[in-house]
Design a protein around this ligand. Structure first.
Ligand code: SAM
Length: 430
């Protein structure tokens, strides 16, 4: 979501004639887009903010925009006192404060035409058109902003505001604009993306309808979406993934913990057993599906026995990806206010490492099965001599080739596998 917000702002600035700068020192405008989902992300943002203070002292003309969840949709006046070297504060997904600030600094003769350009750019949202520019092959496209779920540990609803489904027409047009500029894969984003449409005036279209409509865009090759919630991943959505060839068989559906009491304390709304049933259903209905999960270790009150249930769940389900996190209390959340952060930091780290090692072994084994197989890979860019691409199940594949493979989907025979990447050779044309 932050990557999509940052791209949107960068494109808006480019549409107004700004060009990217290689270093912060050489820039006229610096935007620091921030995440506070965990303490470590917040610490990183605060560290970068202090280094920008020095830059502002050396070059008082530089414009600094602090954006994202550190500010939040409801604003945070305390930040202005704390970071006086910041010129503009903006919440997540909001380029407007910076664009208005830049307009106010224009000579009066130009201000009017700037204002019009800015209105056009703001209206285009994620579909800002940059003449002559090739987009990345894969682009993120937010479809649900904010979140209204009440997971006890999560700060997102406090920072990104309540759940808002974006206008379907707008999404369709933005995707078309992206594709016209070279995008071949769109990744639809939402905190609980399966809920798309529920808050629209007529309660529709829903996510399966949106996937079907986007599938009609001729040069769009692949569609992905994330993140799902186990309670909202319903049969219609599973059927849409199974039946629409452009929708990739990769589902991101976090469990967060294996123990039912911890899941209840997190207010996730499902049990370990229900998650098992969902995984079984996904595997039955979507052949070859890959499933990614998120897990938090060290939630308040997570005993050794409770943690063991998470370990057993991962060992048992053999999922394709596990995004692991150590619990950190986020100010304002229920868990930070009412539950004691009582798993020591070293113990959180030990549990994290145990899961990391377990998952690495599982993924290495799963990937081995790809050895010798021919799989379709959509190529995105070249790093040194090797092209970077991904399989339908989102596995990274590197291929050495002198051909220009950018934006092409080609069959690749896998010759080497590791836990994080595969290597292959272009398969002979069929
Ligand atoms: N909306 C998705 C969901 O409901 O699971 C993902 C939201 S969040 C951006 C990504 C992940 O960060 C979560 O799935 C969770 O594992 C992790 N996370 C959120 N709050 C956390 C916290 N306080 N401490 C540690 N990890 C956290």
């Amino acid at each position: 979501m932050n990557a999509a917000d940052a791209r949107r702002l960068a494109r808006s600035l480019e549409a107004l004639g700004y060009t990217p700068s290689k270093t912060a020192e050489a820039a006229d405008v610096i935007v620091l887009n921030t995440c506070v989902v965990r303490q470590s992300a917040e610490d990183k943002a605060l560290g970068r903010l202090s280094s920008l203070k020095k830059l502002k002292q050396e070059n008082p003309e530089v414009i600094i925009n602090l954006m994202g969840c550190l500010v939040g949709v409801y604003g945070n006046p305390a930040l202005q006192k704390r970071f006086p070297w910041v010129d503009v504060f903006a919440g997540p997904s909001d380029p407007e404060p910076l664009l208005r600030y830049l307009t106010d600094r224009q000579e009066s003769a130009q201000a009017q035409s700037w204002r019009q350009q800015i209105d056009t750019v703001l209206d285009a949202e994620f579909g800002v058109l940059i003449p002559g520019e090739d987009r990345a092959v894969s682009e993120n496209l937010p479809v649900v902003l904010g979140c209204s779920h009440a997971c006890t540990y999560c700060v997102i609803p406090l920072k990104r505001g309540k759940e808002r489904s974006r206008n379907p027409e707008k999404i369709f047009n933005e995707a078309k604009t992206m594709v016209a500029q070279g995008v071949r894969e769109v990744v639809l984003l939402g905190q609980i993306i399966d809920r798309y449409g529920l808050d629209l005036p007529t309660g529709s279209p829903r996510l399966p309808d949106l996937l079907e409509r986007l599938s009609t865009i001729p040069d769009l090759v692949r569609i992905r979406f994330l993140t799902s919630h186990p309670n909202w991943m319903n049969d219609q959505l599973i059927d849409a993934v199974a039946q629409l060839p452009k929708v990739m068989p990769h589902i991101e559906v976090p469990i967060q913990a294996g123990d039912d009491a911890v899941l209840a304390a997190m207010r996730r709304g499902y049990t370990n057993q229900q998650y098992h049933e969902l995984v079984a259903k996904l595997r039955e209905r979507i052949p070859g599906v890959s499933i990614a999960t998120d897990i938090i270790v060290g939630f308040p009150g997570e005993s050794e026995a409770a943690f063991q249930k998470t370990y057993d769940l991962l060992a048992d389900l053999r999922l394709d990806v596990a995004h692991l996190a150590r619990y950190s209390p986020r100010p304002g959340t229920y868990s930070a206010r009412y539950l004691e952060d009582n798993v020591p930091a070293e113990e959180k780290m030990r549990r994290f490492r145990l899961l990391e090692d377990l998952q690495e072994g599982i993924v290495a084994e799963i990937n081995q099965a790809f050895l010798g197989q021919s799989v379709p890979v959509l190529f995105e860019y070249k790093v040194k001599q090797r092209w970077y691409g991904r399989t339908p199940t989102n596995r990274v594949v590197f291929v050495e080739s002198d051909e220009d493979l950018r934006g092409q989907e080609r069959y690749v025979t896998i010759t080497w596998t590791g836990p994080w990447t595969l290597i292959g050779e272009l398969s002979p044309a069929a």
